[in-house]
Write a protein that binds this ligand. Structure first.
Ligand SMILES: [Zn+2]
Ligand SMILES: [Zn+2]
Length: 265
């Protein structure tokens, strides 16, 4: 079996006071048939860490971005120059083929109060990442919380239809899931799917060739007593296979092919 985790944070080494030992986690993943972990940068520092990790571990595929909350902080603290420099930095990494995707980026109306002014700040930031995704034709991994419809509309408006868009842990309603499918985008099923019914609907409604697996490690552990690591993507595979009444190996193969198709350069 070849397993892929398209959304993890391997640079975050602590969660609820525990430590995720990166080398141990990588060894465990390799033993568990994980072949690729797309690790997401969320700010300037994290982007550097992700690049370093990817240099050390072949299994880690780097994605760089600025998380919406950090975009908002930078702009509202007058750090627009630093923000633009980071966009330039990411542009360079894409140009030199040092990264496989853009992420984690998106819109968040739960952490950031969605006033018209704040929404504009978030969208102006996101637009820069969308422009990069279009310029280099690379996958973009999107986060949305409380902003699902706005995000879809914004992406459509910015010409992202049928581009390499991945909606990670999408928690919008059913008709929005359908709209994502109709736009030719991808949805992820996270390892925590057995505990969160919503993601079971995604596994049921989305065609298998538009699904990917993720863990969001070290967050969203399928087992609340242990830290999450990318080897847990197997739980997403198992649940998809159960819901779609298919063989686990076949599901894993198709998801792996989706990953290859989407991330090929
Ligand atoms: Zn997220
Ligand atoms: Zn994340």
């Amino acid at each position: 079996m070849m397993l892929v985790d398209v959304h993890a944070h391997m640079d975050i080494d602590g969660f609820i006071g525990k430590k995720l030992d990166i080398d141990q986690a990588i060894t465990k993943c390799i033993k568990s048939d994980v072949v690729a972990i797309v690790s997401q940068g969320v700010n300037i520092e994290s982007n550097r860490d992700v690049l370093k990790l990817a240099q050390k571990h072949k299994i880690i595929k780097p994605a760089l971005g600025i998380y919406p909350v950090h975009c908002f902080e930078m702009i509202s603290q007058g750090k627009e120059k630093e923000f633009n420099l980071e966009i330039e930095f990411i542009d360079q990494q894409l140009k030199n083929k040092k990264i496989v995707a853009i992420g984690e980026v998106g819109l968040d109306y739960k952490e950031i109060e969605p006033t018209d002014e704040n929404k504009k700040i978030l969208k102006d930031c996101l637009k820069k990442f969308l422009d990069l995704a279009k310029k280099y034709d690379v996958p973009i991994i999107l986060h949305s919380r409380g902003a699902e419809l706005d995000l879809i509309e914004f992406l459509e408006q910015e010409g992202m239809k049928n581009r390499r868009v991945i909606m990670h842990c999408f928690s919008g309603r059913k008709h929005l899931v359908q709209r994502i499918i109709d736009n030719g985008w991808f949805l992820t099923v996270p390892a925590i799917v057995a505990r969160l019914e919503h993601f079971q609907y995604i596994a049921r409604d989305a065609p298998l060739n538009q699904l990917l697996t993720e863990t969001d490690s070290p967050m969203l552990s399928p087992d609340s007593n242990t830290l999450n690591d990318p080897s847990n993507v197997i739980f997403a595979i198992k649940k998809i296979a159960e819901i779609k009444k298919m063989d686990e190996n076949e599901v894993a193969n198709i998801i792996y092919n989706n990953y290859q198709r989407l991330f090929q350069q």
